[in-house]
Write a protein that binds this ligand. Structure first.
Ligand SMILES: CC(C)(COP(=O)(O)OP(=O)(O)OC[C@H]1O[C@@H](n2cnc3c(N)ncnc32)[C@H](O)[C@@H]1OP(=O)(O)O)[C@@H](O)C(=O)NCCC(=O)NCCS
Length: 312
């Protein structure tokens, strides 16, 4: 039987709870069907956070695929126009409609937006375990540029107590750091997104924290945010020059999550850092790719992406 037709439109504020339900159902069904557990726990209230965070950036948008017959949503995809590029995520199709072309239609829409507005790159973070999304993005011209291992670390209630060089160079970020953070990310990753850093440091949503690492001259050498929200208890975004500085920032941000088990993405080719995380007790739980359609500058340092404020 032919699937119902769909029409695409921009998300309206009143779609918020339905988009949250869609994200919850889609991701949990995809992982659940493969015996990989259910990433979101509780109720679709936890996934309302995507809309809340992206609304707070002031520039993010979301396209939805509406069932022309029922008016219900078949899929949605957030996208984030930034100074240097467009970020994409989170993309979800309702499990009733997997494989019927909704994902392709949503992606086409965002590619058209990107190209039509003169952006040179569309970027996202994609699970390397997910051949469906890999194939979808790959067919539209995305190329994997960096692999990450997702590491989980159980932080004791009493905190972490490893000997880590450079901890004395870490401090809390302030809004005055934002221009230097943007300049560092431009140098290391070739992208810029000041609005994301302002959101994390301003912390109006109440679950972000951000640390920075200073060089001997007081210059900014790295930064790392983390989120304690139950739908994404994770470290990132972060941009750091060296592995030693990355370890000090990771240690500092992990220590803010006592009694919890945050996840963080480490570039697979930074084996010294990976090894150190194993020594601290970290375990791998998934793999992700930085995927880019269009212009890409190889990283000149360490990039640690997140799934919300996603840019890889
Ligand atoms: C990933 C997801 C969004 C795909 O959406 P979808 O509507 O099912 O995908 P589509 O039906 O548009 O198919 C995608 C394309 O990939 C192609 N494809 C699928 N599997 C493929 C494979 N193994 N090799 C090559 N191409 C493949 C399809 O043929 C289709 O291309 P076509 O339209 O040119 O024929 C959907 O499965 C989903 O919501 N999954 C759960 C949430 C998720 O994983 N989100 C992504 C987060 S990174």
């Amino acid at each position: 039987m032919a699937v119902d037709s769909m029409h695409l439109r921009e998300m309206e504020p009143e779609d918020g709870s339905e988009v949250a339900e869609l994200i919850y159902a889609s991701i949990n069904a995809w992982y659940g069907l493969r015996g990989l557990g259910q990433p979101f726990q509780g109720s679709p209230k936890v996934t309302e956070i995507f809309h809340e965070v992206y609304s707070a950036t002031g520039s993010s948008r979301c396209v939805v695929a509406e069932n022309a017959r029922t008016g219900r949503l078949m899929g949605s995809c957030f996208y984030h126009p930034r100074k240097t590029h467009v970020g994409l995520g989170i993309m979800t199709v309702h499990p009733n409609y997997f494989g019927f072309g909704a994902g392709s239609r949503l992606l086409e829409y965002i590619c058209r937006f990107t190209d039509g507005n003169g952006y040179k790159a569309l970027r996202l973070t994609q699970s390397a375990l997910n051949l469906d999304s890999f194939s979808l993005y790959n067919r539209y011209g995305f190329v994997p540029r960096q692999a990450y291992q997702d590491m989980l670390l159980q932080v004791p209630e009493s905190g972490l107590d490893h000997e880590v060089p450079g901890l004395d160079r870490i401090r809390d970020a302030t809004l005055d750091d934002v221009p230097a953070m943007a300049a560092l990310e431009m140098e290391v990753s070739g992208v810029s997104r000041e609005e994301d850093y302002r959101l994390c440091i301003g912390n109006d949503l109440g679950f972000w924290s951000v640390s920075v690492c200073e060089g001997s001259g007081g210059n900014l050498e790295g930064f790392l945010a983390s989120s304690s929200h139950p739908a994404f208890n994770m470290l990132g975004p972060g941009v750091i020059r060296t592995e030693e500085q990355a370890a000090a920032l990771i240690h500092t941000e992990l220590d803010r999550h006592r009694g919890r088990t945050p996840v963080f993405l480490v570039p697979v080719d930074r084996y010294g850092l990976v090894r150190q995380m194993y020594d601290w007790g970290a375990r791998n739980c998934e793999l992700h790719f930085c995927q880019v359609r269009g212009r890409f500058q190889p990283y000149q340092g360490i990039n640690m992406p997140t799934f919300v404020l996603e840019t890889a």
